[in-house]
Design a protein around this ligand. Structure first.
Ligand SMILES: Nc1nc2c(ncn2[C@@H]2O[C@H](COP(=O)(O)OP(=O)(O)O)[C@@H](O)[C@H]2O)c(=O)[nH]1
Ligand SMILES: [Mg+2]
Length: 200
């Protein structure tokens, strides 16, 4: 049955990788720098504002958060990179949390890598993309905050950024606004199709 994205619940937060839930559901992971809109997009995809509240709670922004969608998959909210204000010891702790998340063999079905449409991809974005390609992790590029620019500017920016990103032409690219939900229906449909075609 098609995924309705109507029954999303918060499962929990893991401060270390050994305490993340393990029930075999595929995971769709949000990645990207802090403030790019990962939590807001989870909220928009799941159509549930309470989730965003959870994602924004102090302390939780540095943990791996799990949301169960229709008992079909987990949406995973990773801590964003680029926490300029955090002391080094804390930065290292959640950088290693993110690294370990990708390294320990979680059932990652897809990564949604978010980039703010207004800013060209950073070195960290390019590193993440090349990491996903080298690991053959399926990923989509999701340009967010499309409400901040006109649709013609959005098209121009995407045409300008894509060649710099060295991604395979088969990688799907979306342009969305987590704020006004433009483009999020297309993304939801793509996620549903991805999960169905990759079901085990
Ligand atoms: N204008 C606009 N603001 C957004 C959008 N998505 C997120 N934001 C804002 O960007 C800030 C950071 O969003 P958040 O979801 O917490 O980012 P995260 O750190 O990646 O989880 C918040 O103030 C959001 O309201 C968007 O599509 N458009
Ligand atoms: Mg967040």
């Amino acid at each position: 049955m098609a995924i309705q994205f109507r029954n999303t619940s918060y499962v929990g937060a893991a401060a270390d990788i050994d305490s993340v839930p393990d029930n075999g559901l595929p995971e769709i992971v949000l990645s990207g720098k802090s403030n790019v809109g990962k939590s807001s997009l989870i909220n928009a995809i799941a159509d549930n504002k309470k989730l965003a509240r959870v994602s924004g709670e102090p302390g939780k922004t540095r943990m791996v958060l799990y949301f169960n969608v229709d008992n079909r998959f987990f949406l995973v909210d990773l801590p964003g990179y680029g926490y300029a204000k955090a002391p080094h010891s804390i930065k290292d702790k959640y950088n290693s949390l993110v690294d370990r998340y990708f390294a320990v063999g979680r059932p990652i079905s897809l990564v949604l890598h978010l980039i703010d449409i207004r800013h060209r991809p950073s070195d960290l974005d390019l590193q993440m993309i090349s990491y996903m390609q080298s690991r053959q992790l399926p990923f989509y590029i999701v340009f967010n905050k499309a409400d901040k620019v006109s649709s013609s500017v959005a098209r121009q920016k995407i045409e300008e950024y894509l060649p710099e990103m060295n991604i395979d032409s088969s990688v799907r690219v979306f342009c969305v606004s987590a704020n006004n939900k433009k483009g999020t229906d297309d993304l939801r449909i793509a996620l549903g199709e991805h999960l169905e075609s990759n079901a085990v």
